[in-house]
Structure formats: structure tokens, C-alpha cells
Write a protein that binds this ligand. Sequence first.
Ligand SMILES: [Zn+2]
Length: 177
Amino acid sequence: MICPYCGCDDGRVIDSRASENGSAIRRRRQCNDCGRRFTTYERIEEGAKLMVVKHDGRREAFDIAKIRKALDMACGKRPVADSAKQHLVEVVEEAIHREFDREVDTTYIGRLVANNLRDLDEIAYIRFASEYEEFKSVGDILETVRQLSERVRDAKDQQKLFDEKDGAAGRPHPGPV
Ligand SMILES: [Zn+2]
């Protein structure tokens, strides 16, 4: 919130309380720059929309179609079923609306999509994550690929263990007949 006295936007909330019979929140704020205090009121906006805060601080209305577009780009010609993509988008949308009602950081959305995409298609995951600046260098990408390989190996080991157990259980018990 920009200070009305000096225009600095570095301030803090020193008191919050319900106001106007609970339909608004009154906040006392103090500017960290000039030290002066001022009051703001927060009310529910008619048709309030969830806003996405981008890397550069700009805000835009949350638009699920953009996530779908980014997902399509990342998947490209990868064999990811349309229904799987649609499901991922729905899971992400639901999670975001459950967690946030005013603003959500673009980084959060990116991570959420990336985490869901990892189990769907690894190549698409790498593409998506690199678009969303999760990777700062080629080293980061290599590290992620290494982690993915470990996940695959762990999954295979678990499957092997499961198969062995299954096999053992399937054998007739060598007890007295
Ligand atoms: Zn100030």
C-alpha cells in the first residue's frame, strides 16, 4: 500500500479489525519510510476476481485457459492424452481456488502445474519447468533429470518387490497335506 504522505510503498499493518458490521476490514498502517500512519479499508469487491501476481509484479486476472495453453506448449507432440491434460488443469484450478481468494503468485501456479506434470510426462515436465524459470542453469536441468531417473528406478524397484511378494504368495504353501 502506497503511503499517502511520501509515496513510499514500504509499510506495515499495525492493527486490523472488522468494521462496518463485519463487511469491511479496517487496517492501521505505518509507513516504514516516513513513519506516518494511515488507515485503509478492505471490502469485498463486486465480482471480485482472483489475481495472478507475475514475476515483474504486474497483476492479471486468473485465467485457466492460459494454464491449459502453457501445458499444451510443454506437451507438444508428447503422448499425453487430452483427458489427462484436462484433468491436470482441473486439479490445479481447484487447488488454487481452495488456497487463494485474492491473489496468487505465478511461481506457485508454475510449481503446482510442474509437480502434477512430472508424473504425467517427464519431457513435458522439463519443458514446462524451464519455461517457468524453475531452472537457473543447465546444471539445474541436469540435476532434475538425475532426480527423475532416481524416481523411475525407485518405482521399478518397488514394482520388482511387489512382483516378488506376489509370486511368493501365489506359490502353494509347503505345509503338511
Ligand atoms: Zn511515508
